[in-house]
Design a protein around this ligand. Sequence first.
Ligand code: PGA
Ligand code: ZN
Length: 424
Amino acid sequence: LIREVKGIVALDSRGNPTVKAIVKTNKGIGVGIAPSGASKSSKEAIELRDGGKKWVGMGVNLAVSKLNEEVSQRLINQDSRQQYLIDSLLIALDGTKNKSSLGGNTTTAVSIAVSKAAANTANLELYEYLGGPSARILPTPILNIINGGVHAGNNLAFQEFILIPTGARTFIDAMRMSIEVYKNLKGVISEKYGKTSTNVGDEGGYAPPLNESREAFSLIETAIKKSGYELGTDFHLGMDAASSEFYNKDKKVYKVDGKEFTSSELIDFYESLINEFSIIYLEDPFDEDDFDSFSEITKKLGNKLLIVGDDLYATNVNYLMTGIKKKATNGALVKVNQIGTLTETFDYIRLAKESGIIPVISHRSGDTEDPFIADLAVAVGSGIIKTGAPARSERVSKYNRLIEIENQLGPNAIYLGKEPFVRL
Ligand code: PGA
Ligand code: ZN
């Protein structure tokens, strides 16, 4: 039974305060820390922030005090193994549609901490506790190694240029190969743009002063070759356009690389990039409300690559239902703090899987040392994890946990490489 629920302030990778929950049972303890996005969907659970001058308005004192009072009182003496019940209590206590009363940051931290306390009490690894004995698929990492959009101080409209180690045989091999390319990419950028261009963005990828998306992909291609690998066999590429950030709702156009595109022109542009750079992953190609354009691109290109809804769905089963009806995507991003509890996240993953949609477990651009999503990815057998460049501790904590899990599983571990992208 839960004996103590405590909230304190922690810091995320951008230096913003966030909520940390510590849950103790008679025999175990669990800690959860809420991450935080920058290119957020308007459909997400609301983060409770204090406003005002302190912490530049980003304080979470109210969230933490709600955790220490209302939430703590409600959860004491509950069974930590009853995740569904506990999440239901959180949802009822909050009483809003978007967690705006307790804050999605509060409920996320608590929900995660409860699951870890239960696993710890049962003396199980978290992925075993959440996924059972069949949990043994290590996800293929998709690594954001050039940052643009709102994650970087450059002119790239697209937010993420992603490296995918499809040719690796094991998770550790995938990391080694990707790091070789990441390191060589630094040299390639430095040679062409000078060493001041090798600084990194919010997710640890380089943020060179580029104006054209094609140039970003081409730099990565050069780095792949320089590392002795081949694009299209050892590696494939991906991108998160995060296009709500550069959509002009009044004019109904997308501004990319200094030009304006209608939806159908943008499909053609995506298609040319996809063919030129062996792209097998495309996230948020259109505005978060434009289901119809998603359906169009999925109809046209969905047999070639994974088209993933992030801001489109916001880890919410209701939006995913619409996407399923409209055949909008064949992939769905999963971010626990977009919806605010684990139970709702599992419902979303289940619905995706039942509908033949690949769930992709994801970090946030503001993240922490909490490796929770590594265990989550293995537990649900997602097959894909998105957690940034292989640098910066808030990214690397997830990779390190996956390396550890691969070691624990030994010969039972499975790495699927390209398969999750073509299981369409
Ligand atoms: P965010 O970005 O965490 O800033 O929302 C990540 C993403 O768009 O996938
Ligand atoms: Zn995204």
